[in-house]
Design a binder for this molecule. Structure first.
Ligand code: AMP
Ligand code: MG
Length: 371
């Protein structure tokens, strides 16, 4: 796709105390309608002035993002949410007090200052206050609300490290603000807070249980029924797209417990190797250790695995989540044709991890955009 070739400048910023002098030029670029990729606690975002239609259009162009997929508007403090929305509902107030700044996005009725290109024509807008100091400092300096989807080419895994952003967008954006690897590594939880009951549109690090504790209400999980009926009017349009997809085919090794999931990794790997395919693995430490046991190595010879990425303790969904997108990219780069990825228990953050893994495996069939 033709695009203006730019030189992408990277600025590395100390995440604990971001230096204002380093952020001045990227902030000025945002203010004047340009694009800046920046680190947040979830994934890297690709930002533009949310109140400028021309600036936001550049995001869709750089990403190759379908126009019906709305963007999240990021602000530096919770006070800056009000002008973007018609009303901060009592439910939204509870969620803001409990979780913001942090990895939670609220969907509320939009105010007239938000251009419809940001919301893909919806009468709601998604808003978030990142807790990452680099993101906060940059947005505060820019002095404008910043629309920012993940800083990947559409359809690719979200970037959790600065180098991922360059893999996808080098030469397409003027600035990359590198604040180090992302802590969470999965995109924010998206909650529709327009009504009385919280509706989870996308699972993330703020879990259903967290929301229940903060609000006293049982959240509705809409992230699954969107996929169950793709013809229904989408509550959250982006959910119909196959996201987070590496080039390799992803097979999810699932089962009722860690042992069963480890067995599934080995049997799927054995099956793919027997079929002559180049296999990469993403799994917990114990699972990968079992590859050296003689009975296993007879069917899953180590030399036939192009790369194994170890996320650490097998029952640690936090580490699995933080490592997932980086692993998918690395396994692709290593030349895997098939990635066998171990699933985790669905409790807590496990729900979000499983959701991303299923999407990477193509569980949600939809228009695949981009490379
Ligand atoms: P991304 O910025 O790539 O993480 O994607 C943002 C996602 O947030 C979209 O794909 C939608 O699923 C969701 N979203 C954004 N705005 C809205 C909205 N107004 N209503 C419902 N969901 C939204
Ligand atoms: Mg995205």
């Amino acid at each position: 796709m033709p695009h203006d070739v730019l030189e992408t400048l990277t600025v590395s910023v100390d995440r604990r105390s971001p230096e204002a002098a380093l952020l001045a030029a990227p902030a000025e670029t945002l203010r004047s309608g340009g694009l800046v990729a920046f680190s947040t606690e979830t994934v890297y975002g690709l930002g533009a002035d949310a109140l400028s239609e021309a600036a936001v259009a550049r995001i869709f162009e750089a990403k190759g993002r379908p126009a019906d997929n709305p963007l999240i508007v990021h602000v530096a403090s919770v006070e800056e949410i009000a002008p973007l929305v018609e009303e901060i509902t009592p439910l939204a107030r509870l969620l803001i007090d409990a979780f913001l700044p942090g990895p939670l996005t609220l969907v509320l009725r939009r105010s007239s200052i938000v251009p419809s290109i940001v919301t893909a024509g919806l009468d709601t807008v998604a808003v978030r206050v990142p807790s990452h100091r680099v993101a906060q400092a940059l947005i505060r300096m820019a002095g404008v609300p910043v629309a920012a989807p993940s800083a990947n080419r559409s359809g690719r895994p979200s970037p959790t490290r600065a180098e991922h952003v360059l893999q996808d967008l080098d030469g397409r954006i003027p600035w990359l603000v590198d604040g180090g690897p992302c802590d969470v590594g999965l995109e924010s939880t998206v909650v529709d807070a327009t009504g009385e009951v919280p509706v989870i549109l996308r699972p993330g690090a703020v879990t259903a249980e967290h929301i229940r504790m903060a609000t006293g209400l049982d959240p509705v999980d809409a992230s699954s029924f969107v996929s169950a009926d793709p013809t229904a009017a989408p509550r959250s349009p982006g959910l119909k797209y196959r996201h987070y997809a590496p080039r390799a085919r992803v097979l999810v090794a699932d089962g009722p417990d860690d042992d069963a999931r480890a067995d599934a990794v080995l049997s799927l790997a054995a099956q793919e190797i027997a079929a002559g395919r180049r296999v990469g693995l993403f799994a917990g430490h114990d699972t990968l250790l079992s590859l050296s046991c003689p009975l296993v190595s007879a069917v899953v010879p180590r030399g036939r695995i192009v790369l194994s990425v170890d996320w650490g303790r097998t029952d640690d969904a936090l580490s699995a989540s933080a490592a997932l997108f980086d692993a998918l990219r690395r396994l692709d780069d290593a030349g895997a044709e098939v990635i066998v990825a171990q699933s985790v228990d669905p409790a807590g953050l496990g729900a979000a991890y499983r959701n991303r893994l299923e999407k990477a495996a193509g569980g949600l069939e939809g228009e695949v955009q981009g490379p």
